[in-house]
Design a protein around this ligand. Sequence first.
Ligand SMILES: C[S@@+](CC[C@H](N)C(=O)[O-])C[C@H]1O[C@@H](n2cnc3c(N)ncnc32)[C@H](O)[C@@H]1O
Length: 257
Amino acid sequence: MNKAFQIVEYARYLLKSEHWRGHGVHSPFMYKFIRETLMKASKKPNASQYAKELKRIAPRTIAKSNFGASPSNETDSTTRLLQKISISPKYGKLLNTIVCNYGPKEVLELGSGLGVSSYYLANSNPNSHIVTVEGMKAYADIAQATFKNLGVTNVSVNNSTFNVFFENLTPTQKFDLIFIDGAHTYEATISNFERSLIVAAPEAFIILDDIRWSEDMLRAWNDVKQHPKVRVSADFGRIGIIFLNPVLQKQEYQVRY
Ligand SMILES: C[S@@+](CC[C@H](N)C(=O)[O-])C[C@H]1O[C@@H](n2cnc3c(N)ncnc32)[C@H](O)[C@@H]1O
């Protein structure tokens, strides 16, 4: 992670992004997305209830992930790790609103961490089933226990590597929305995207987190956008969304959020 890179790239995004409140967007699909999803997201609740219960049951310290961009055998305080790896409320609320408005039946998340983004995907969206995959057993166990204690029943936490998870999927299993938030390297992101394409429903949304986390992540996002199966790409600063629906006109957006 390079903090200076993140600051410069985010500033560049702020300068270049447009379509505030949908201005200048001709595509009815994207206009509706901006007006009814992006602009409504801030009204959604945050994940404080989830974080409170998690901190109540989790140990005070926890191992750092050995699957990330910089694998580690060290431990960290659970509170700090929660803060460091979890999606922010601003973007978590956007995930929540997307699921609420588009009602994907099957959602796949690659990288549960401690379950915060899974909670945003699942909360108040009982008709969507979230499958979240996490290689660190300690993280998966804590997330599972927190969901159980809060009575959230539409999340299945799968403690497995992504490789094993994809190998064991039945060929007919398809996902309507996929959130990719695994190791933040170029190779892992491209590989996770390509494997996601295979299990994506024809009109699926594929969301990539932390596209400005590093030079490699931004390069991965720029390459993903060029994939021939991608119809529309939309850059919202921290996250990028790929829309696969073949009826959409090919277009790239950089939208102010
Ligand atoms: C950034 S964290 C996820 C944070 C979470 N999505 C959130 O916002 O609350 C990435 C997670 O992906 C897991 N991970 C990375 N590569 C993996 C792999 N190949 N198989 C399984 N888990 C992996 C890491 O252990 C880590 O917990």
